[in-house]
Write a protein that binds this ligand. Structure first.
Ligand code: NDP
Length: 320
């Protein structure tokens, strides 16, 4: 197995990872960044981003991530495709294996692995994934042009997916499991004002119907118990996310949902030299701009950590 030694290893390529890369590269730390399984992260499956400061007219998510990447590359970040398959944080340097075959020894590690879409957990949802079941309207909405679809969820993401789809498809049924939505007022108003979005309150999914492709969804009203079949071809799930931190279990302190714990006001984890940024450690704000902010913190913390280690080594050498 080939071994490479680096000062800063960044894992993940969303706003947190690329921002960490910009800062670490400008500090002369020659960071190496592995992009992971979804290069560009969650914003690559988002449509318009209207709330990132500096873009008065908004920007589409994939373009924004291309810009982030270019900025990180401009200052010399080595950006590579590859997935972390194991880590060993038992000593210094930390050891990380990429794709089971490349070992990186890193003085510091910045974790920016983000979060992934959650699923309902139905057998039929899993079986028909990619055959009408999706967690990304921007990726797959096109396939349901002029047809009817379901969106499950009642947060901002579900509202955004529903309004995006309403412009492409014939009709959107939005399944809301309670009698109110979690989405912000502005997003709620947006979906409520669209004539081809019908919100089904207190409604849950029993089964996604179809053998080779989705051809209906059986739903139930959880107050009345009444069941009905919606004649739809697409089933979009937008019920939140879980952090991509599985690989660090056993090494890093995490909360019960798997979000990495950091020392408040910093990106420090319980392991010296390992820093956590972005959605992997943030279940509250989860915004591109907050992820970018914590990416900056990760790079500054790593830079300081390296500088302090160098002073320690120099002092120890002088004492000998
Ligand atoms: P949220 O956690 O905010 O919402 C998840 C939604 O899914 C809730 O309405 C929840 O219902 C519902 N849900 C969860 N599990 C199930 C289930 N098993 N069956 C049916 N419904 C279920 O996640 P989002 O992904 O929407 O948003 C995450 C964060 O990202 C938020 O902070 C949000 O504001 C932000 N965001 C902002 C956007 C923007 O500003 N443009 C766009 C997208 C996201 P219940 O309410 O009953 O718990």
């Amino acid at each position: 197995m080939s071994v490479e030694r680096v000062k800063v290893l960044i894992i993940g390529s969303g706003p947190a990872g690329y921002t960490a890369a910009v800062y670490a590269a400008r500090a002369g730390l020659e960071p190496v960044l592995y992009q992971g399984s979804q290069p560009g992260g969650q914003l690559t499956i988002t449509n318009d981003v209207e709330n990132y400061p500096g873009y008065p007219d908004g920007i589409i998510g994939p373009q924004m991530m291309i810009d982030f990447q270019k900025q990180a590359e401009r200052f010399g970040t080595s950006i590579r495709s590859g997935i972390v398959t194991s880590v060993d944080f038992s000593g210094s340097p930390h050891k990380v294996t990429i794709d089971g075959k490349t070992e990186i020894e890193a003085e510091t590690i910045i974790i920016s692995t983000g979060a992934s879409a959650k699923w309902l957990g139905l057998e039929s949802e899993q079986r028909l994934n990619g055959k009408g079941v999706s967690a990304c309207a921007v990726c797959d909405g096109f396939f349901f042009r002029n047809q009817d679809v379901v969106v499950v969820g009642a947060g901002d993401a579900a509202a955004e997916e529903a309004s995006y789809l309403s412009k492409i498809v014939n009709k959107v049924y939005m399944l809301v499991r309670r009698n109110k939505m979690r989405a912000s007022d502005i997003m709620q108003q947006r979906v409520k004002n669209v004539p081809n979005i019908e919100i089904l309150w207190n409604t849950e999914t029993k089964e996604v119907l179809g053998d080779e492709e989705v051809n209906g969804v059986k739903v139930v009203n959880n107050i009345t118990g009444e069941e009905r079949v919606l004649d739809v071809k697409g089933f979009f799930v937008a019920i939140g996310h879980k952090p991509n931190t599985e690989i660090f279990k056993g090494w890093l302190d995490m909360d019960e949902q798997g979000y990495v714990k950091t020392t408040p006001g910093t990106s420090h984890t319980n392991i010296s030299g390992v820093f956590a940024t972005g959605d992997a450690q943030d279940k509250v704000y989860r915004q591109a701009v907050t992820a970018a902010g914590t990416g900056c913190m990760g790079a500054l913390d790593a830079e300081k950590w390296i500088a302090e280690k160098e002073v320690e080594l120099k002092t120890a050498a002088q004492e000998v």
